[in-house]
Design a protein around this ligand. Structure first.
Ligand code: SF4
Length: 443
């Protein structure tokens, strides 16, 4: 059949969708990008926060419409919303023919075969607690450009932050054996991948559920020897799980880029404690200092939640001062979203959405100044740049990224002079700085 895939949410969910497309093609189905042509559509949902759940419901309803006014025969819903709300969705969304939880997306071809036979897949099964981790021999079709890709090293999370639903929709931490991850990375390098982004809920917890020999540093050591792989980028680390061994390895590595994504979420000790972040403000500040001392020129990305219950004006002002003094290279600020079933949903001291939004904007305004100042310092510098190709802004503009820019979330470098192709690594001299992006010429 002609199958369409709509994947929402984070890169970890995207990798599940890439595996589902691999399995469906393996089963002989044709993948189509045109929703109107599709006979089957899989909506791979996100339910991390309310807004994401609403976006998922919208996507399901729009797709269901194609059943009435198009060629669509079957609608399958997978991902975190299916895991979190299956029971309710059964009643609310009769248009959906089958639900698959986050631990059984590997059954997508089997369920489609059942639907084609006329089987009732709606009620057929209870969504199990997720235990699945895909492996290097699971078919997977990457949605990212040829020259970079995500390497998902584990699923689930044992950290249990008080505001987060992920442990309940993704299950306990389950790391993939490093041999499987390394085999997959080798295959990706043979396919022309120059940059892999290591992802999980918390990559710094990688291997803690496996035998003692498995660890993130151990995995990175094995990736270091893979020919063709130029950059290994670390996303989704946890400030409480850093070791000197890991930092020393990154400092001395020829492949691990000097870039770290460390969501700190807040800086006030009472808030950090009620968030269940297992780290104090003193430890966060000391970690940032240690990282910058051990890895000169390192670029730091972080995420912060504002409006968490109990966040007084004083606590927010302390957070604003921290952001101004820490000078992160990249910052994402989210307003707290009260999620049913999480401990934080019952906490006192709620902050209004308006005030939370105001605080988010104040932090982003401060960050914009920091980002521009840091970019100005880069003018005249020459950096190794991985060319991504025509930019999202305009086909006319060719964009690439240096070590301090992650794909899809950070700014880019617009290349205005020099013949380049996607996947090339070229030296670029920076000629102009903007708040989030840079301009440069090939040298
Ligand atoms: S580390 Fe915390 S916020 Fe991140 S996925 Fe785990 S529980 Fe959620």
């Amino acid at each position: 059949m002609k199958v369409g895939m709509i994947s929402l949410g984070c890169p970890k969910n995207q990798v599940d969708a890439e595996v589902m497309v691999g399995l469906l093609m393996d089963a002989g189905h044709e993948i189509t990008a045109s929703e109107t042509d599709a006979e089957v559509i899989v909506v791979n949902t996100c339910a991390f926060i309310k807004d994401a759940t609403e976006e998922s419901i919208q996507a399901i309803l729009e797709t269901a419409d194609l059943k009435e006014h198009g060629h669509l025969k079957h609608l399958i819903v997978t991902g975190c919303m299916s895991q979190r709300y299956k029971a309710g969705m059964l009643k609310e969304l009769p248009e959906v023919d089958a639900y698959l939880g986050t631990g059984e997306f590997d059954r997508v071809a089997e369920v489609l075969a059942g639907l084609a036979r006329g089987a009732d897949e709606r009620k057929a099964h209870r969504v199990p607690v997720p235990k699945l981790v895909y492996s290097h021999d699971t078919p997977r079709v990457r949605f990212t450009p040829k020259h970079w890709g995500y390497l998902k090293v584990s699923d689930g999370c044992d950290n249990r932050c008080s505001y987060c639903v992920i442990p309940s929709v993704r299950g306990r931490l389950r790391s993939r054996p490093s041999a499987s991850v390394v085999t997959e990375a080798r295959t990706m390098a043979r396919q022309g991948v120059k940059e892999v982004c290591i992802i999980a809920q918390d990559i710094t917890a990688y291997g803690t559920d496996l035998k003692a020999t498995e660890s993130l540093t151990g995995l990175l050591t094995q990736l270091e020897g893979i020919k063709g792989l130029e950059w290994v980028r670390l996303l989704y680390t946890h400030p409480a799980h850093y070791t000197d061994e890991l930092l020393d390895f990154i400092a001395g590595s020829g492949k691990v880029v000097k870039y770290l994504d460390i969501p700190v979420q807040h800086i006030d000790d009472e808030i950090l404690s009620s968030m269940g972040r297992k780290v104090t403000s003193k430890q966060i500040r000391a970690l940032i200092k240690r990282i910058r001392a051990k890895i000169p020129g390192v670029a730091l990305r972080t995420s912060i939640i504002v409006g968490f219950p109990g966040e007084t004006r004083e606590k927010f002002m302390a957070l604003l001062r921290f952001v101004k003094s820490a000078e992160f290279d990249h910052l994402g600020v989210f307003t707290y979203s009260e999620e049913e079933g999480t401990p934080a949903a019952g906490f006192a001291g709620k902050v209004s959405e308006e005030l939370a939004a105001e605080r988010r904007d104040q932090l982003m305004k401060a960050q914009a100044k920091i980002s521009l100042a840091k970019n100005k310092v880069r003018v005249g510098q020459v950096y190794k740049v991985l060319v991504d190709g025509p930019s999202k802004e305009s086909e006319m503009l060719i964009a690439g990224r240096a070590y301090f820019q992650a794909p899809d979330i950070d700014g880019v470098i617009y290349i205005t002079e020099g013949k380049v192709k996607p996947g090339m690594m070229v030296d670029v001299e920076i000629t102009e700085a903007h708040t989030y992006d840079l301009v440069g010429v090939v040298v």
